[in-house]
Write a protein that binds this ligand. Sequence first.
Ligand SMILES: Nc1ncnc2c1ncn2[C@@H]1O[C@H](COP(=O)(O)OP(=O)(O)OP(=O)(O)O)[C@@H](O)[C@H]1O
Ligand SMILES: [Mg+2]
Length: 262
Amino acid sequence: MRLAANDLTFRAGGRAIVDGVSLEARPGEFLALVGPNGSGKTTVIAMLAGLKRPHGGAVTLDGRPLSGMHRRDIARVLALVEQQAETTERLTARQAVELGRTPHLGALSPWGTRDDAIVAGALEAVDMAPFAERLWHSLSGGERQRLHIARALAQEPQVLVLDEPTNHLDVEHQFGLLALVRRRGGTVLAALHDLNHAAMFADRIAVMEAGRLVAVGAPTAVLTPGLIAEVFKVAAEVEIGADARPFIRFARPALRAERRPA
Ligand SMILES: Nc1ncnc2c1ncn2[C@@H]1O[C@H](COP(=O)(O)OP(=O)(O)OP(=O)(O)O)[C@@H](O)[C@H]1O
Ligand SMILES: [Mg+2]
């Protein structure tokens, strides 16, 4: 499925925090969205997932305007893992993941053994099966994040939209998650802060700066020392690995009063 943003604008606090952004995640591709804090990534994602209505422009799913679709119909094909998601209810880990099945249930399609199997598979996929009966509030930040991802997987979406999904995750689970969403196929749009994650897993990378899209393309085309210096304000060298993907080596900033070990 193709998820497209056409000339999106969103205003808040008297300015355009997203300004004329056009972008598309093509069927089956992993598109990474990168950019400094406050550049508008979460706002773009909220519009793409139908949570925020754009003040200008439109979002389409396979050419169909999102604004004309019911929330439940969107949720049957698109799942969102938010940057800041909490649940206040007293839920077990399993119940939190079961919520992912909600858009598929109805009077004519009650909960069944297939739903149980999907939920079990999603818990397994994020390495949370042993925690299934634990209460939400007893889990660590990374464990909760993994459940949010499992909930989205249980939704069996054709389009998966993730806002900083590797937040709180240890290195094994960061790579595990990114490899998992790549492997499962479908269209993926993920806001990522770690440029090396984007370099390793994305088909294309879109770069935002101050509400605008400033670059989009293959990792090697986008992640250049020049762009990294200009947009992210850090010096870096970029090596192209044997897998033809860039690897970014950030320069350590100069420290004014460097303390030396005695
Ligand atoms: N209601 C609001 N009123 C004023 N400014 C807002 C409002 N909502 C968001 N903003 C501003 O819009 C900008 C874009 O926010 P957004 O959350 O989309 O950025 P982001 O790229 O996701 O950043 P981060 O990397 O920190 O998650 C920020 O500067 C934010 O402070
Ligand atoms: Mg954000």
